[in-house]
Design a protein around this ligand. Sequence first.
Ligand code: HDD
Length: 711
Amino acid sequence: MSSFTQSAKEMFTTTTSSKKVDDLQRDIQEPVAGGGLTTDHGVKVSDTDNWLKVTDGHKSGPSLLEDQIAREKIHRFDHERIPERVVHARGAGAHGYFKVYDDRASKYTTAPVLTDSSRSTPVFMRFSTVQGSKGSADTVRDVRGFAIKFYTDEGNWDLVGNDIPVFFIQDAIKFPDFVHAVKPEPHNEVPQGQSAHNNFWDFVGLQPESAHMVMWVMSDRGIPRSFRMMQGFGVNTYTLLNSKGERHFVKFHFIPELGVHSFVWDEALKICGQDPDFHRKDLNEAIENGAYPKWTLAIQTLPESREHEFDFDILDATKIWPEELVPLQEIGELVLNRPVDEFFSETEQVAFCTSHVVPGIGFSDDPLLQGRNFSYFDTQISRLGINWEELPINRPVCPVLNHNRDGKSRHRIVKSEINYWPNRKDTGRPVAPADGGFVEYAQRVEGIKQRARGEKFQEHFNQAQLFYNSLRPHEQSHLISAISFELSHCEDPVVYKSYINVLNDIDFELAKTVAVNVNGDLPDKPGRPNHGQKSKSLSQTYYMPKEPTIVSRRIAILVADGFNAVEMQAVRAALTSAKAVCYIIGPRRNHIRPAAGQDFGQGVFADHHFEGQRSTLFDAIYIPSGEEHVKALAKNGRAVHWVREAFGHCKPIGAVGDGVNFLREVVRLPGVKLFAPSHGSNDEVVSSYGVVTTGQYSISSAATDVLKIGP
Ligand code: HDD
């Protein structure tokens, strides 16, 4: 693994401690090299390769059940697995911290985690896909989970969100139906980690409240370039309680420092096979290189008095609060700075509960959130057992004291003869609200007990239209391709034909285009008029970083024997100092000979050979000069494919001298302009931005960054 600089590494080892990291040290065991093997009961083991058996030295006889060492080994292995999460089974996690800028949120909440700028609250975050099982690929089209555990001094606060601000259903009681429909079909367990099948589209076609969310998932948001380049949303409407006892409704937003970027579909598809672990490796690589993922936390707040002001219900999780109506207020930042030490003990055993809030933060009557508050606690019991909150990764950093006892796999030992309240010793006494005891907001509730939702919950298409209208043309065209791909995978005409009706309620042109692509029935008039409104922050292009950056981007340097190593070293040094991560890709994983006359000993060592890694795994390519090397590249079909594929994915491609000629040779597309960015470099730098200007391809995430090469 390449590293940015030594100082970044040093920073990594010195600044990543926190109250939670220190707390975990109690349980971390670091085996020393050469340390002796023991059984679980601590007895030293002399032979771990041969089961105790009857043998005369020539032939093997029966194995003996009395061999406790063999039995322990097999028995432990047999029970290694725990149930995977019923959704979000595939995930990756990391440690970090959260800090507010100042006390600007204190007008809404008393929670110190959101108001006390002297604090750095430890966090553990887990990112995930929803549909696939634990071993599925990272880059499938899906929603991404964005779950955060804040280890506050007032207890754990779990914010269990997604990278998309709305949800498929309005009422938690529909969740089992939705999950059954999207997961592999029950008769053949196909497909894995994909929504491109009959049952999903059948369900969403009959459940129009999902129309808005379907638009988001079929947009580029469904195939993020990196966990580090996604927005995060609390999705549900929560509440904040201030010191005057006033309540505000709140939505939580996390905005990534690096901007919001996605793959193009062809890349995502290929990476599923080329590197199914791409996202989890990307997360660890960035943290280990000191490029700590960072998000700004912003809140949208509404006083109770404004609850009914809008044409949508603010408690409906299939709706956003458009920023034009309710602006974002930035209050703090979240940084991830430490990878996990052991995947199972941390990332697999971490358990989130939406019901875990701390004083100053509360729930709303959002019917999805209310059901979630029941479901998460319940599922942890089946996954981890009743004492799951005692597991190292889940235990709070503040004191825990109560009269809950026993149960399977109890870890804590409480030294007290008291396990009830009230008691003669005044142990484990309830805490007054003034001293930090949690108190529910005294909410007046009136109504008729019935199975129904609020009136405004019945409208499903306004915001689906708003989202679609707000996308840039290339984003709309990606979305059309995505829906067409998915419906093409539905074999039942009832399914793909009926979804055209839903699309026609969103946009007539959209419905017609998809209908032609997938053999749906062409609508002759719009299902309902498109209101034509837009919201500026719904296109992900809105979130480009203020300063273009190549921090943590993976850049492939394509070389063959005879390349200009002096020039390459200079360019690589410039890229590395801008904190990009460079890899040399050559005809073999070994030393590659530089141009004649350049003194590089055996040559420069290539990290991979052309077949070992593909262009899809990189954000940009640089081809140095060197006549002999360029001739060799041009003769190598895989090297040519490398460049053509990256070009087709609209990635920046830098080339110098003969490298430019090679580029001209291999990228012979009509209408493509090759040009040099105007940053004053004397080297000719060619980039695929030219393609973007022709309008033939849409811009991809990487192409929006400026690849600065040269002095
Ligand atoms: Fe959920 C896991 C996010 C609705 C029931 N959910 C889970 C995770 C995330 C979300 C990120 C993975 C947590 C982790 O990393 O361990 N879920 C959401 C969001 C929702 C949502 C943003 C809509 C606003 N979920 C939802 C509903 C229900 C559930 C309506 C049930 C009624 N979700 C679960 C679960 C999971 C879960 C079954 C599986 C594993 C777990 O909880 O810990 O309880």
